[in-house]
Ligand binder design. Structure first.
Ligand code: GUN
Ligand code: ZN
Length: 435
């Protein structure tokens, strides 16, 4: 069925830091969709037809749905765990919570709730770490496929330095990943990401297996963590004494490249930055997590100055918000601490087309170009009384966007469309039992 979605429509075709001609905005705009895809975008007057179904979101803004390129599916009950930095936090809170995902029933229930939270916050695609259990990835792919929601996900490979309930082995991690790739990669909108958690929890034998998987499946994404925390770096280098630095561990096993996502990438040596640029690997900035775990400040402009493409992500549950708006707000503050600036146009580009470019998926998601998926977020810059008050003095689109960036959260998301289907109100709070 053809349908028109009407509102104040905005999307980006260039990075605002590269070009003044970077976005398109229709004050009375519309997006024509059919079978989950965008057919056309433009002025409402040009697209409206007698008899065409229409949903009117005016005066709210309609943008491409947000993309979250680093999040942990089994940590939705780990968010807001007190008083630890990375390694303690993993041992005290995270590994025990992830152990529960061996149970397919638990994983299935959590998968529905995970996707509900994403869409409630306006996120239509995520790149997710699952637990080490094959069942956790199966549960997430099954739930996302049923909603026609684009996910990039993988079962975590981790065979040491955690607790037995979350350990796999080099062979089982290879076998389970290969079986999941065969079952799920390219099924509908699902994509598999090879997922060695980080060097601390993978033996050299397991790193070999990750290298074999990427050689055997060249177009796949690979996600891991890099240089998040000083104690983590010291421990990592003691486990791989032959490596020149942290990044070199991944490099030696052939894990770097334009489809490789390096979560955090904070405390980098000059040689590591050179090598990230050379291999076109993709750091991912996780602002709320980096502040919450006391990890450090991501050098966004420094990396960009080297021609490196970075993503921006929530990292729930080290991250403290599911909202890409809140993530952009905290990102803004981290840049401020380093004398750097994130303009609101840059921020909204980053959470949409920018993250799509980081993933190499810009033909499918992140813009409103005809042919793209009809994954949309509808935003209200006056969602709360405090925002409405501030918005009385907003004169430009950039000011409205900045109010959303700094004050917005899921309350500002009035609707989210996944493949053309509205899903926010339908699913909010479904399945959560009261205390
Ligand atoms: N490094 C390895 N595992 C994790 C994780 O689950 N969260 C974060 N923030 N860093 C990690
Ligand atoms: Zn992470």
């Amino acid at each position: 069925m053809r349908q028109l979605i009407r509102g104040r429509v905005l999307d980006f075709h260039a990075d605002p830091r590269d070009s003044e001609d970077n976005h398109r905005f229709w004050e009375d705009g519309a997006i024509l969709i059919e079978d989950g895809r965008i057919l056309a975008v433009g002025d409402h007057a040009d697209l409206a037809r007698e008899g065409l179904a229409e949903i009117d979101h005016r005066p709210h803004l309609i943008l491409p749905g947000f993309i979250d390129p680093h999040i942990h599916f089994p940590q939705l009950q780990v968010i807001a765990s007190w008083g630890a930095q990375l390694l303690d936090w993993l041992n005290t809170y995270t590994f025990p919570a992830e152990a529960q995902f061996a149970d397919p029933d638990h994983a299935a229930r959590m998968a529905g709730l995970f996707l509900d939270q994403l869409t409630a916050h306006g996120t239509t695609t995520a790149v997710a770490f699952c637990s080490s259990h094959k069942a956790s990835a199966e549960a997430l792919f099954t739930a996302a496929h049923a909603r026609d929601m684009a996910m990039v996900a993988g079962k975590v490979m981790m065979d040491r330095n955690a607790i037995p309930a979350v350990h796999d082995t080099p062979q089982s991690s290879y076998d389970d990943s290969a079986a999941l790739i065969a079952a799920w990669h390219s099924k509908g909108r699902q994509r598999y990401a090879i997922t060695p958690r980080f060097a601390i929890t993978s033996s050299p034998e397991q790193m070999e297996m990750a290298g074999a998987l990427i050689r055997e499946n060249p177009g796949l994404h690979l996600q891991t963590h890099l240089s998040e925390n000083r104690d983590e770096i010291d421990f990592t280098l003691s486990l791989y004494p032959e490596a020149r630095d942290y990044l070199d561990i991944y490099d030696r096993y052939g894990l770097l490249g334009p489809r490789t996502l390096l979560g955090h990438s904070i405390h980098l040596e000059t040689r590591e930055i050179d090598r990230i640029a050379e291999t076109d690997s993709r750091p991912v900035f996780c602002p709320t997590s980096n502040l919450f775990l006391g990890s450090g400040l991501f050098d966004a402009e420094g990396l960009r100055g080297r021609g490196i493409t970075s993503g921006i992500a929530t990292d729930v549950g080290g991250g403290t918000s599911w909202s890409m708006l809140t993530t952009l707000a905290e990102g803004y503050k981290i840049l401020q601490l380093q004398g750097q600036k994130m303009h609101p146009l840059t921020a909204f580009h980053w959470a949409t087309r920018g993250n799509a470019l980081t993933l190499g998926l810009e033909a499918e998601i992140g813009t409103l170009a005809p042919g793209s998926a009809a994954d949309l977020v509808v935003l209200d810059p006056r969602a709360t009384p405090a925002m409405a008050l501030r918005a009385e003095r907003a004169e430009t689109l950039a000011e409205e966007l900045f109010i959303l960036q700094i004050m917005g959260d899921d309350r500002a998301v009035t609707q989210t469309y996944v493949a053309g289907r509205p899903c926010k109100q339908l699913r909010a709070s479904a399945g959560i039992s009261p205390p």
